[in-house]
Write a protein that binds this ligand. Structure first.
Ligand code: PGA
Length: 256
């Protein structure tokens, strides 16, 4: 982390878990533990139907609410979809874009991810853009090339003045939900590479202002070591974000 230039952000990605009633119970437990963290921004990316409950329960705290997806257009005949302006109006501040589960199960490609990044920004939301390689891609040595392509594509329509609103999450697919975490060196190396790609596109100043998270089996035990890497500015946390004590330990591990 380098807090001088950019914000540390610890975001929980609840995925498809928790009803509104369960959201209330989880936030009631979490709220006293994380709402005073001043050294980082804490974000809870909850299912759409849980957004009103989460926003209401956390409205007087520093904890921000995120969504896990958005449609690339503002409104229209797209049954079942939710747009950026709807999320903004509901009190959402962040939105996860291009998570590997969306890429894998819902056919989202880099072109669509780029449209969604622009849709998020134009609605006044901060996109958390997920990039990362599969195990076979890592083993065949194309990680850096692939991640560079994903980053360039996601930023293709983003004006340099809005770059600092974009958050990246490096999430090696082989580490998501598997209990197999990237080593701190691997995480640091790819996060540094992401910043280098941004620097080559837009220069050093904007590049150093971008928050780059690591995600993939981050937990209470490994968080401090991962976050000690200079270019790892936070975490996108799946499984452990559903356990209040574990998530709090990750938030506290970012206070270094
Ligand atoms: P995990 O998920 O922490 O459960 O591996 C991370 C993510 O998918 O964002």
């Amino acid at each position: 982390m380098n807090r001088r230039y950019r914000k540390t952000i610890i975001a929980g990605n609840w995925k498809m878990n928790k009803t509104p009633a369960e959201t209330r119970a989880l936030i009631d437990e979490l709220k006293p533990m994380v709402s005073k963290a001043k050294w980082c921004e804490v974000v809870l990316c909850v299912p759409f139907v849980d957004i009103p409950m989460a926003v209401r329960l956390l409205k007087d705290t520093r904890v921000a609410i995120g969504a896990q997806n958005l449609h690339q257009l503002d409104s229209g005949a797209y049954t079942g979809e939710v747009s950026g302006p709807m999320l903004k109006n509901a009190g959402v501040k962040y939105v996860v874009v291009g998570h590997s589960e969306r890429r894998q199960y819902f056919g989202e490609d880099d072109a669509l991810v780029s449209e969604k990044v622009q849709a998020a920004l134009s609605a006044g939301l901060r996109p958390i853009v997920c990039v990362g390689e599969t195990l076979s891609q890592r083993e065949s040595g194309v990680t850096m090339e692939l991640v560079a392509y994903q980053v360039k594509s996601a930023l293709s329509g983003v004006p340099v003045a809005r770059l600092r609103e974009v958050v990246f999450a490096y999430e090696p697919i082989w580490a998501i939900g598997t209990g197999r975490t990237a080593t701190a060196e691997q995480a640091g190396e790819v996060c540094n590479h992401i910043r280098t790609v941004i620097r080559k596109m837009h220069g050093a100043r904007p590049a150093r202002s971008v928050t780059i998270q690591y995600g993939g089996s981050m937990n209470a035990e490994n968080a401090a070591e991962l976050l000690a890497q200079l270019d790892v500015d936070g975490g996108l946390v799946g499984g452990a974000s559903l356990k209040p004590k574990d998530f709090t330990a990750i938030v506290n591990a970012s206070n270094q």
